[in-house]
Design a protein around this ligand. Structure first.
Ligand code: MD3
Ligand code: FE
Length: 200
């Protein structure tokens, strides 16, 4: 495993997972999932997204960026729920709160190609990820494209902390294994990534 990557399988118990899904339902009602498109080409992502917190990550023909409002409603993103702030304070080892929580929703055949998270200014903060719902096949490589990669299955309640050298590693989601969890009524997978965007 990459230095700086911490895998916490089953970190969230069933009740904590259900509570999170409950807060996400309210948030998604206020800030609906949108389908981002690739810069320049306009090709749609297979993953739908929304955000929580003062800043949210968006992608459209103009590029990737963080912004304070939802691209369709123009409204500020809903707040990051307290239990997620508590998780960040517990596992991040970083002395400031996150500014963004990207919510990725994977249904059926959704996937995410290999990429690096590099739109943030502060790479000294880790990215903290929470998986909910169906199990995903997660792929992680090194800091260069085209290097050797390995896979890890991410199940509901698993937490990953990507700090240190792992923070700038290539990673993606190969596929989601449908029917592996009953947490979400209609199946699928939610991934939450808590991020620090600006330098404090
Ligand atoms: C490793 N999300 O939102 S989470 C993303 O499951 C993203 O939705 C995937 O990649 C998902 O950008 C993977 C795990 C993850 C997140 C950020 C990382 C792994 C990472 C940053 C650096 C290295
Ligand atoms: Fe990523």
């Amino acid at each position: 495993m990459q230095p700086g990557l911490r895998y916490l399988p089953g970190h969230l118990g069933a009740e904590a997972q259900r509570q999170l899904v409950g807060s996400l339902r309210g948030a998604v009602a206020a800030a609906p999932l949108f389908t981002p498109v690739m810069p320049r080409t306009g090709r749609p992502f297979t993953v739908r997204m929304t955000n929580l917190g003062p800043l949210g990550w968006v992608s459209d023909r103009a590029g990737y960026r963080y912004q304070s409002t939802h691209p369709d409603t123009g409204q500020p993103w809903p707040a990051i729920p307290d239990p997620l702030l508590g998780l960040w304070r517990q596992v991040s080892g970083y002395p400031h709160d996150p500014e963004a929580c990207l919510v990725n929703f994977y249904s059926g055949g959704a996937r995410m190609g290999l990429h690096r998270d590099e739109d943030e200014e502060d790479f000294s903060a880790p990215v903290v990820s929470v998986s909910l719902g169906d199990t995903a096949v997660f792929r992680i490589g090194g800091p260069e494209r085209g290097g050797k990669t390995e896979t890890l299955k991410l199940a509901s309640g698993d937490v990953l902390v990507m700090g240190g050298a792992s923070r700038l590693c290539y990673h993606g989601i190969d596929r989601v294994l449908s029917g592996t969890s009953t947490l979400l009524k209609d199946g699928g997978r939610i991934n939450l990534t808590l991020r620090r965007v600006t330098k404090p």
